[in-house]
Design a binder for this molecule. Sequence first.
Ligand code: FAD
Length: 378
Amino acid sequence: MTTIADVIIIGAGIAGASLAWRLRGTRRVVLLEAEDSPSHHSTGRSAAMMTPYAGAPLIRAASVASRAFLLAPSDGFSDASLTTPRGVLRLAGEAELAALDAAHDDGIAEGRPFKRMTRAELMAMGLPITDRVVRGLLDTEPRDIDVDALHRGFLKGSGAELWLKAPAVSISRKGPDWVVETPKGVVTAPVLVNAAGAFADRVAGLAGVTPRGLTPCKRTIAHFDLPSHRTGKWPLIADPTFSFYAKPEATGLVVSPSDASPVDPGEVWPDDIDIAVAVDRMQGWLDIAVRRPSAAWSGLRSFFVDEDPVAGFDPEVPGFFWYAGQGGYGIQSSPALSRVAAAILCDAPIPADLSDAGLTRDALSPARLSQSSRKDPI
Ligand SMILES: Cc1cc2nc3c(=O)[nH]c(=O)nc-3n(C[C@H](O)[C@H](O)[C@H](O)COP(=O)(O)OP(=O)(O)OC[C@H]3O[C@@H](n4cnc5c(N)ncnc54)[C@H](O)[C@@H]3O)c2cc1C
């Protein structure tokens, strides 16, 4: 039996789920997810941070525009609060002081809540800083995101039909409609959304659409239990260049070497060497002894050549809608990016607050990734 829909979305991670939520009540949506859980890939492996002023211009604009929703979601969206205070602290030694001061002045000029921290103030926070640390720069705005609550809120409120263990295995055209075959059945619709995360170029290929040069990059995180440190209230800690970060949790720290190795889309696992690098870099700044990690995982952050996302119809193939390339910021940008994407998909005006921030049809169109600017598909 064939299911008839208005929109088929391939991928039920945060991108596909948030777009389905934006289309609620206006379109019959079928969400196809290859895995048995919609958070199996990048969405379930993030550092769960809201750092709105990071990243390339469009993702940054979308992240800033998403703050209001993350701080106060619509009524009934989630029983739990979606964010909690965290902050980001960059540590500096003598060699990094000039760069830290410049970052402070830039932040203050932008009206951001930056505070210089003396060594004594850092020690008073209970941070086991090494002798190398001279000063810190604390940004109090970044928050932890409850990714699970956000993702579930989008999925639950979307009213979409979610098919799990339903990889799109063949995609064809029948007149104006797309026909997608999965092991769970066949679904047809005039609009096909490619929200397949790291797999977006693969899905394009399956549909006979030219790939746009998406590069999945692997990032690793390891969790260490640290019962002797009360880490829970610490900010996320990094060096000035973010060559590592350590994010406190109630039971310890998650530590990442900020790796970004290009890989093929697929399952990824942590390498011991990446965990060792993360620990070595952290121990240059924090006097913390660790043993074996209690958990470790890797996930994919996927980038187009300009490191900004796309949301728009393919200029060459009617009805094929790209929604990919959120890189390392797909969680924190999802409320606003999905609002723009839904407007583009429905051929509605883009809300003025978002177009004024630069989130326009042209800026987000996959057409901006011209043939010459594409990387070879991996
Ligand atoms: C280590 C790490 C740390 C991060 N930290 C942060 C952070 O602190 N803050 C932040 O905002 N972002 C962060 N990110 C980025 C964020 O996780 C991603 O941008 C976001 O999850 C991408 O969502 P997505 O829905 O596009 O991809 P995914 O979550 O990967 O979803 C895509 C889905 O498509 C499915 N799919 C693929 N092919 C098919 C097919 N043929 N048929 C059906 N389904 C298919 C996949 O199974 C997958 O579930 C981090 C990422 C990593 C890896």
